[in-house]
Design a protein. Structure first.
Length: 254
C-alpha cells in the first residue's frame, strides 16, 4: 500500500466503528494524518486514541450539510489541505415493501446518500488537485435484497451520485471511486442477526428463500479487507482508476 505517499491528510467519516475505523487504522499505519468524523463521540475517541499519527476529530451527523461543511473547514484549519476523503458513515434499518415507512426512506436517503453528497461537497472545496475520494456504498446498490428496501435504494443513489460528482472532479485530477462491500463483520452486520451463528451461516452458504447465493470465497469480509481496498483506491497505485464501482464481497454479487 502506497498511502504513505499521500500528499496530505485524509478525512474519514464513520470512523467510530467498523469499516471507517479499520480504514483510519490502516491509513495511520502508513503515516497519514487523519480527520475523523462520526456522530458517536465515544467510538470516535476510542479510534483516535488507538492511532499514532495526528488526528483531528469532529462529532457530527453526516446528513447535516452545514455541520459537515464546518467539520471539513475545521479539519483543514487543523491539518492542512486534504489529499483524500473516505465516506464510510452509513445506516441500515431492515424493512420490506410492507413495513418501510416514509421516515425510514427519508432517513436512509439523508444519511447514506446525503452523507456521501456532503462529503463530496467537502472534497470539492478542500481536496487538492490530484487527490482522491472513496465512497463506501454496498453491493445492495446493485443486487436486490429482501428486507433492505430503503437501504438498497439509498446505496444505489450513493453510488450514482459519487460517480456523477467524480466526473466533475476528474477535471482537477481528483479521482472518485465507489467501494461496494458485501457482508462484513461489523456492528452493522451483527445487528441484523438475531442468532449470530445462523445469520453467519445464511450469509456464507446462501438462503434460497431470500434469493441469496452465499459467498463463494466462503468467509465474511473482515473490515480490514474493505479498508485495504479503500486505501489502494486512495493511493498513487490507483492513479488511473476513477468512476469505478468495485464489489468487495467475496463473489456474493454473482
Ligand atoms: N457491514 C456490512 O456488512 C456492510 C456491507 C455493505 C456496506 N456497508 C457499508 O459500510 C459502511 C460502514 O459500515 P460498517 O459496517 O462499518 O457499520 P458500523 O455500524 O460498524 O459503522 C458505521 C459508522 O457510521 C456512523 N454513523 C451512522 N450514521 C451516522 C450519521 N448520521 N452521522 C455520522 N456518523 C454516522 C456510526 O456511528 C458508525 O460509527 C456503511 O456505509 C455501510 O452501509 C457495510
Amino acid at each position: 500500500m502506497n498511502s504513505s505517499r499521500l500528499p496530505g491528510p485524509v478525512v474519514v467519516t464513520g470512523a467510530a466503528s467498523g469499516i471507517g475505523r479499520a480504514t483510519a487504522t490502516l491509513l495511520a499505519e502508513s503515516g497519514v494524518d487523519l480527520a475523523l468524523l462520526d456522530r458517536d463521540a465515544t467510538g470516535l475517541r476510542e479510534t483516535a486514541d488507538s492511532l499514532t499519527t495526528s488526528t483531528h476529530t469532529e462529532v457530527c451527523d453526516v446528513a447535516d450539510s452545514a455541520a459537515v461543511a464546518a467539520a471539513f473547514a475545521n479539519a483543514v484549519a487543523s491539518l492542512g489541505p486534504l489529499a483524500g476523503v473516505v465516506s464510510a458513515a452509513g445506516t441500515l434499518t431492515p424493512g420490506t415493501l410492507a413495513d418501510t415507512t416514509d421516515d425510514d426512506f427519508t432517513r436512509h436517503l439523508a444519511v447514506n446518500a446525503g452523507g456521501a453528497l456532503n462529503c463530496l461537497r467537502g472534497a470539492r472545496t478542500h481536496v487538492r488537485d490530484g487527490g482522491a475520494v472513496v465512497v463506501v456504498s454496498s453491493n445492495a446498490a446493485r443486487v436486490p435484497r429482501t428486507g433492505m428496501l430503503a437501504y438498497a435504494a439509498s446505496k444505489a443513489a450513493t453510488s450514482a451520485l459519487a460517480r456523477s460528482a467524480g466526473l466533475e472532479l476528474a477535471a482537477r485530477g481528483i479521482r472518485c471511486n465507489v467501494v461496494e462491500p458485501g457482508s462484513t463483520d461489523t456492528p452493522m452486520q451483527q445487528a441484523l442477526w438475531a442468532d449470530a451463528e445462523a445469520g453467519a451461516r445464511a450469509a456464507l452458504h446462501g438462503s434460497p428463500e431470500e434469493f441469496r447465493i452465499g459467498i463463494p470465497l466462503g468467509r465474511l469480509a473482515d473490515p480490514a479487507d474493505v479498508a485495504a481496498t479503500i486505501c489502494f483506491l486512495l493511493s498513487p497505485a490507483a492513479r488511473h482508476i476513477t468512476l469505478q464501482q468495485l464489489f468487495v464481497d467475496g463473489g456474493a454479487s454473482l
